[in-house]
Design a protein around this ligand. Structure first.
Ligand code: ES4
Ligand code: ZN
Length: 326
């Protein structure tokens, strides 16, 4: 079997996916119309023309503007359902989805509207497509600790729907330790923890995500390779890394996919995984990420199988549920 067909049929889990980053231009324009929201774009081509980014912040500005069309519970349901149907066709059997409630609450959209729409779509996908899922609520790191505590208080009322907390948005100058107290309280309330670290920020931010936030996974983690002792530690601990090749390319963390450290991560014995991050904005869903990075760095069939198995190993599924895929 050729490698692209192997990627198509392998069962996979997706562990690094911002649901707001799956908003396709067509749906953005349709929801803008449905909800009477003004956008600076009128056509799909105009939307796509805005997807030229020099860094993470460039992208985030467009991403927060795009999500302004999401107002009602049905919008969040439709968004989530469209993503799940898409990746069901790519062999994805399990998803762990990030959402950014603070970005919606600051626009006057209620926490329960966001959570209600996303979680009913996950329930439908479980019932109709046999897809399993977990939800991860991210704190926006450009906002302060108090704002994060507000989101955590909302999450505590809905523990049956939220499995873990995460940390995303602008990384530079916003080290994980600013949120140590929020994460300590979240963990005390029974949530697992993950955090974006080492996407643009230095290796030291990965270390404080591990030591201060006590995360179970590191999202991105690319800059770990600047510190060999950290790579050795993460390999020894089998600390998962959720890597996102097309995201790194589009946000200029790398200038060519050939530079992507996914193969280096496997060679170092890290529990690395491939994910799409914000597929609508970065030009590909999970299989496009696997295929393009596989072609660029020359992954073997065995390495691709390892990455797919890693996605289940690194997931929050029970050991029993993981076994079916290992
Ligand atoms: C994100 Cl690529 C990326 N990095 C950090 N935060 C994010 N939120 C959505 N996409
Ligand atoms: Zn991300």
């Amino acid at each position: 079997m050729n490698l692209h067909s192997l990627i198509d049929v392998l069962p996979k889990a997706e562990l690094h996916l911002h649901i707001e980053g799956t908003l396709e231009p067509e749906m953005m324009l349709a929801l803008a119309k449905r909800n009477g929201v003004e956008l600076p774009y009128q056509t799909v081509e105009q939307v796509q023309a805005a997807y030229e980014f020099d860094c993470l912040q460039d992208f985030l500005d467009v991403y927060y503007q795009g999500m302004s069309v999401l107002i009602n519970e049905r919008d969040f349901y439709d968004l989530t359902m469209a993503y799940l149907e898409k990746v069901h066709g790519q062999g994805v059997r399990h998803v762990e989805i990030f959402f950014d409630p603070q970005a919606h609450m600051e626009r006057g959209v209620a926490f329960e509207t966001v959570l209600g729409g996303i979680s009913s779509a996950l329930e439908t996908a479980g019932r109709e497509m046999d897809m399993t899922s977990k939800l991860i609520m991210c704190f926006l790191r450009h906002l302060d600790e108090e704002d994060a505590f507000g989101a955590l208080n909302c999450a505590c009322k809905h523990k049956e729907h939220i499995y873990a907390v995460g940390l995303d948005s602008s990384e530079a100058g916003r080290p994980p330790e600013l949120f140590s107290r929020v994460f300590a309280q979240a963990r005390a309330q029974g949530f697992k923890a993950v955090a974006h670290a080492g996407e643009e920020g230095p290796a030291a931010y990965i270390e404080t995500a591990l030591d201060d936030l006590k995360v179970s996974r590191v999202d991105h983690g690319n800059r770990a390779f600047e510190k060999p002792a950290l790579v050795a530690r993460m390999a020894a601990e089998q600390m998962p890394l959720t890597m996102c090749p097309l995201s790194n390319l589009r946000l200029k963390g790398i200038t060519d996919l050939k530079e992507h450290p996914i193969k280096k991560a496997l060679n170092a014995g890290l529990l690395a995984t491939v994910n799409s991050d914000d597929p609508s904005y970065f030009g590909g869903y999970v299989n496009e990420n696997y295929k393009q990075v596989a072609d660029a760095v020359g992954l073997t069939g065995d390495e691709i199988v390892t990455l797919a198995k890693n996605s289940f190993k690194a997931s929050f599924q029970s050991d029993n549920d993981k076994q079916a895929y290992l």
